[in-house]
Design a protein around this ligand. Sequence first.
Ligand SMILES: [Zn+2]
Length: 500
Amino acid sequence: MESEALMSTFLRRGVLWPTAEIYGGIQGLYDYGEAGSSIKRNLEAAWERWFVGLSPGYYRIEPAEILPEAVVRASGHLANFADPLVKCNACGEEYRADTLLEARGVQDAEALRGEELQKRLVELKIRCPRCGKAEFTPPKAFNLMFGFDWGAQSEERAYLRPETAQSSYLAFPRMWNAMRKKLPLGVAVVGKAYRNEIAPRQVLFRMRAFTQAELQIFFDPEGLPDSWRVPPDFSVPALTARDREKGAKEATLQKLSDLVAQGQMPEFYAYHLMQTYRCYRDVLGYPEARLRLFEKNEKERAFYNRIQYDFEAHLDSLGGFKELGAVHYRGDYDLTKHSEGSKTDLGVTLENGRHILPHVLELTFGVDRNLWALADLLMKKDGDRTVWSLPPYLAPKLAGILPLIPKEHGEDALRLHRRLVAEGFHVVLDDSGSIGRRYARLDEIGTPFAITVDRDSLTNQTYTLRERDSKAQRRVTVEELAVALRKASLFPTPHSEVRN
Ligand SMILES: [Zn+2]
């Protein structure tokens, strides 16, 4: 769906809006309304059920969002977490140098550094989008962290966390001891991260405060679980670094087992690509034709990542493939750095007596980005209605209860509403406007079912159940209603049979 149509539906239905909108908004921040925050919570729950559900040894924690300076110094963020900032000499506007180049079609702009960036800006005669002059200051590294002094005497420097991952590394020794000293150990965090973006843009894709869902899996590379294997035929649309080097521009369907056999990735990594891919396809319901796995090459990925595949979806609203999450094999970089920084040995002694520093596999997921992608990929025009075909367990409400004539059927509708709420279903009662308009409102925010209460409901306790996507209607009893709602609210799990 196009960006304007999507945003206008979001604003009209109160899904989300710019923060401090009545003051003109503020770049890079959005507030979620009732429908938006419900979808977001459901998305987080779906992510957690899937990824924390991968193994009994995985847990979710809730660490603080503020970190002392020693942490971001050890992790490398203080020195390296920066974007190249240039300033227009004529009008003073500031830009990310790589973004200016990207807008002119330079593919690898993100991988370019200081002098190279400047050279390309001059070569391509890049002009200031605001005033048209072609004169910029040399790029300087602009750190993206929000740092501040705190304490009554401002004696300490602290930072809003730029990613949730660091908190999981800090939690490792406590979690190791509290959770029966077994590997693999998974530590998940779902929460806010903060970045002082130079130029926030693309709505939910580059925000200054955003929600990440990340799972850090600590494991012993010499003692991998037997279950970390891929079936021989499981394939994914992938654009590998090797294929890109040979000039490939588009993803092709590749068997993960082939990529393992060719030595392009270890099998444990392929297994996690498969489970992540299944989540996008089976849990979130993304059309496979819109998905691809994109391998970052050595120049593009952070130096501590040994392998990195981004999960991308082709979004019409943003004009191309956009990253929604990734799988990073980080080796022992993180525990090494925090062992040095904290002067604490973060190594562990295994049951067989070996003392090792666990490796980390990081599964990341941008919650806001995925909410936008769900709208882009699953919201459609159908005649004069707009239908958001969300999987039922992601919808803000499972069903709307609509008294046909509110004056006559209102009480009965209220009774049904109470009963379904008591059974644990998220349902809403809507008695304003024509039945057609009420259907339309429900369709736009992805409500999978509408239940109409009419004259017959009073006499024989049956209701009309309408399905959102097909508009098919059938007459059901309250028991049948509960069964249909229960069935629709079940999440898929990672342990169901793997289909290709
Ligand atoms: Zn300018």
